[in-house]
Design a binder for this molecule. Structure first.
Ligand code: NAP
Length: 319
């Protein structure tokens, strides 16, 4: 019963071409929903710069991030998903009809009943010499992904928030020593995490210190730290540098439309509905605790399920 619905181009427009976006694409296209996925022309999913993924179920030998993403995409296109490499520049409600959203990409406006925001997030960089040079060669932003490569080795963790401390604790399963370098004399992390970290013999702390440089000839061999009180610079030997100084979501286009947390992550309910009717969020751009390929894929599937229920509901209404 959609006779009264205003004109639109797509049932769902998915914004973002990472694991959440393409999983949503698989589910939506396979369900017969007319779906367009718009993936950034100038940005890449974090997964495509991940060397090897060893914890995605069903792939016991591991797989390169880029290769895995190609498989997601192939599967979605097979079911009839349309995909478009363009940067989305605006999202707004149609002035002609309450239930239609307009997504601007390039010189075109796409009218849709639903949007699945799967725009992802990027690790906040420290911005010190050596950081980009040694990315994938000892510099990491994911302990779950790279921790197992550091068995019986020494690593530093930069940051003092929940992520840094949680990941430092995780790294103790592998590393011989985990040295947390924090710019203040107190952690930002929750009390319970602090308590566990202080009780963990493998974890040491360097307080009031900022990392000035990550060093090594080919792979990381250490970091130069500056004491904030004395200004003295010293070098700490380490085989890996894990950087957890916060994360920034790509959610600018939803400002003023969708509720966000204080960092800009999109707030959803358990069914991945945002507070804006017809907009759902999936993957790393969503406010949540655990950001992995497998959780992003799960989000993509769930968001489509909720979008289908929403579409059924609005198609049953009179306009
Ligand atoms: P965060 O809370 O923003 O903490 C970032 C940490 O990095 C802070 O300790 C900050 O220092 C430090 N930092 C920032 N910029 C820096 C720089 N340029 N140089 C050195 N240090 C720098 O980020 P997060 O830990 O990723 O957490 C993000 C959100 O997810 C938070 O809301 C957090 O509660 C939540 N989270 C929760 C859990 C959990 O509950 N288990 C787990 C993970 C994340 P200062 O403290 O001095 O600002």
């Amino acid at each position: 019963m959609q006779a009264n619905l205003p004109k639109y181009d797509y049932d769902i427009v998915i914004i973002g071409g990472g694991p959440a976006g393409y999983t949503a694409g698989i589910y939506a296209a396979r369900a017969g929903l007319k779906t367009l996925l718009i993936e950034g022309a100038g940005t890449v999913s974090q997964i495509t710069i991940t060397d090897i993924i060893e914890n995605y179920p069903g792939i016991p030998d591991g797989i390169g991030g880029f290769e895995l993403m190609q498989l997601f995409k192939k599967q979605a296109l097979k079911f009839g998903l349309e995909s478009l490499p363009r940067d989305v520049t605006a999202v707004k409600k149609s002035s002609a009809a309450e239930v239609i959203w307009e997504v601007t990409a390039g010189d075109k406006i796409y009218k849709t009943l639903c949007i699945i925001a799967a725009t992802g997030a990027m690790w906040r960089n420290l911005g010190v010499p050596g950081e980009s040079e040694f990315a994938g060669k000892g510099v990491s932003y994911c302990a779950t992904c790279d921790g197992p490569f550091y068995r019986n080795r020494d690593v530093v963790v930069v940051g003092g928030g929940d992520t840094a401390i949680q990941e430092a604790l995780f790294l103790t399963h592998f590393a011989k020593r985990v040295i947390v370098i924090h710019r203040r004399d107190r952690l930002r992390a929750a009390g319970m995490l602090q308590k566990r970290a202080f009780a963990e013999k493998k974890i040491e702390f360097i307080w009031n210190a900022t990392v000035e440089e990550i060093t090594g000839p080919e792979f990381v061999t250490g970091v130069k730290v500056k004491n904030a009180n004395t200004g003295v610079i010293s070098e700490i030997a380490a085989d890996g540098a894990f950087i957890f100084v916060g994360r920034l979501p790509y959610t600018e286009m939803f400002k003023g439309l969708v509720e966000m947390d204080k960092t800009g992550f999109l707030v959803t309910d358990e069914h991945l509905r945002t507070n804006a009717d017809g907009i759902f969020a999936a993957g790393d751009c969503r406010a949540k605790l655990f950001r992995q390929v497998v959780t992003a894929a799960g989000d993509g599937a769930n968001a489509v399920h909720s979008a289908e229920l929403y579409i059924d509901e609005i198609k049953g209404q009179t306009y």
